[in-house]
Design a protein around this ligand. Sequence first.
Ligand SMILES: Nc1ncnc2c1ncn2[C@@H]1O[C@H](COP(=O)(O)OP(=O)(O)OP(=O)(O)O)[C@@H](O)[C@H]1O
Ligand SMILES: [Mg+2]
Length: 261
Amino acid sequence: MDGRTFFRTFRDGGDKNGMTELVRLTDVTKVYQGGITGALNGVSVAVEKGEFTAIMGPSGSGKSTMLNLVAGVDRPTSGSVVVGGTELGQLGETGLARFRRDHIGFVFQFFYLLPNLTALENVLIPAQLKGNPASGRARELMERLGIIDIASRYAARLSGGQQQRVAIARALINKPTLLLADEPTGALDTRSGEQVMELLSELHRDGQTILLVTHDAKLATRHAARVLSVIDGKIVDDARLESPELAASDVIRVRGEEASR
Ligand SMILES: Nc1ncnc2c1ncn2[C@@H]1O[C@H](COP(=O)(O)OP(=O)(O)OP(=O)(O)O)[C@@H](O)[C@H]1O
Ligand SMILES: [Mg+2]
């Protein structure tokens, strides 16, 4: 499938309810080489466009694996991963690289900025890979994320919270269809973590689809609209948070059960 077909799928895709399905995993398994048990053991789930979904679960339960499959940085052992109407399994390596560049923004726990580049230069990297001079958009984004004052500082000299906001701007520079975040607050103090989550909420209110992995049930239930709980490579709970307070106790219940295993 070429790039144009792909875009058309995104623009026109929509079901009867006016919702647009953006991600669908069907019977996905992942067994890493040398792995005794599967990292994912039959995951089926769909995510609509515009949803802010948190994925929670104990260490080793398969959260990052799931995110990596959706991002097209890894392939499932079996099952299908469809993003924006495209079966990622049908794309070759070049197609997957293009898919990631054009449709995925990824934010990591440890930021992964290039330390010898300035904040602005870091934000611009994905745009340059696309051959897209985006310094206007970069400045707008940095203004919005509260980091315009540090645009010309070297990444190595920034605080964790500042680095994560630069990383978010970098993830957003190419206007990704899907923003994926794997423990984006995991290396931050409580206050910076709150700020990052507040930013993600704002982006969600503006229509950004977000898939977030977090260990923090409080942050997840306060900001996300849906929480998927993963244990041993399976989704064991899928809670839509109509009323965040009520749903928080549900999620904490699931986590309590996990802890007693
Ligand atoms: N590259 C890899 N090679 C082999 N095994 C892997 C690899 N990546 C992950 N695993 C294994 O797959 C399982 C799921 O790992 P994954 O990283 O998805 O867990 P996680 O839920 O993200 O955990 P954490 O909360 O600690 O980040 C674990 O048993 C892990 O050891
Ligand atoms: Mg992980």
